[in-house]
Each structure stands twice: as C-alpha cells, then as structure tokens.
Design a protein around this ligand. Sequence first.
Ligand code: DAT
Ligand code: MG
Length: 151
Amino acid sequence: EQVEQTYIMVKPDGVQRGLVGEIISRFERKGFKLTGLKLFQCPKELAEEHYKDLKTKSFYPTLIDYITSGPVVCMVWEGVGVVASARKLIGSTNPLQAEPGTIRGDLAVQTGRNVVHGSDSPENGKRETGTLNGTLFGLRSLSLNHGKKKT
Ligand code: DAT
Ligand code: MG
C-alpha cells in the first residue's frame, strides 16, 4: 500500500463555470490530502508538453487552444491508491459515457469540455506533479499535517 501523488487540474471551463470548489470538495470528502494548489495560466509550450502523447490526434490543436484559453487550477492530491481512485471520481473521458456520481458524469457533456484532468498512472502522477523530473506545472508538493496538531 503505497502513498502516491496525482496531478489534478481544473480545466478552463471548470474554472469559468465556478466548479473549482465542487471539484475540490469531492476529493476532500473522499479523504485524500491536498498538498499543492495554484491558479495558473498555462503557456502553450507547457500545454504541448503535458499532452505530448496526443500530438498526432486530430483534436490536438483544439485541445491545446482549450487548455490555454483561460486560467486552470493545478493541484497535487496525495494518498494510498490516489491515482486510480481519482480517475474513478473523475469518470470517463467522454462525459456522456461517465457514470452519474462522477465529476464528468454529473457536471459535463462534451469530451472537449470535460472540466478536469487527472494523471492516468502513478508514473504520470510523478511526472505531472514534478516529483520525477522537476516541476512540470511548477507545483511543489508540501508535506503538511493537515489539521493535525503536533504533539
Ligand atoms: P483523459 O483526460 O480522460 O485522461 P485522454 O488523456 O485520452 O483523456 O485525453 C486528454 C484530453 O484530450 C481529454 O480529457 C479531452 C481530449 N480528448 C480526448 N479524446 C478526445 C476526442 N476523441 N475528441 C476530442 N477531445 C478529446
Ligand atoms: Mg489522460
């Protein structure tokens, strides 16, 4: 049972629609720990790096335009099994196929406006939160004792 970190990003549509609190709430209520957070305007070069695996896809230019179209909220969430669990909380890529009760299932309809990103593997969790090759989104994860008094 290994503590993992995942990169969660509220995309520009989620920020614009005022869904940041709702999305954070779901991860908080589940019981994961927030260890990094910032509001950020993603530059094109960073969006391209983040989505480099999708470079050959027809929707790639639209995806880059979308993700750079307004501020995003970058987060690191930590916990045992957080990578896979966060993907379940987020739901399928196509919101019309995402189960009710998931973020995309409840809050979105279009694949190109699916409100949130989550790392798809522990390796990518490390890459995207910058614990492997330096900070991709400039987030530095903090080891804080949330709500716990030092005794
Ligand atoms: P996910 O975000 O669920 O990990 P992904 O990594 O396959 O999905 O793709 C990244 C984003 O690219 C996705 O959130 C929305 C966009 N995208 C993926 N497939 C698409 C498609 N068929 N048409 C339009 N946009 C797509
Ligand atoms: Mg993905």
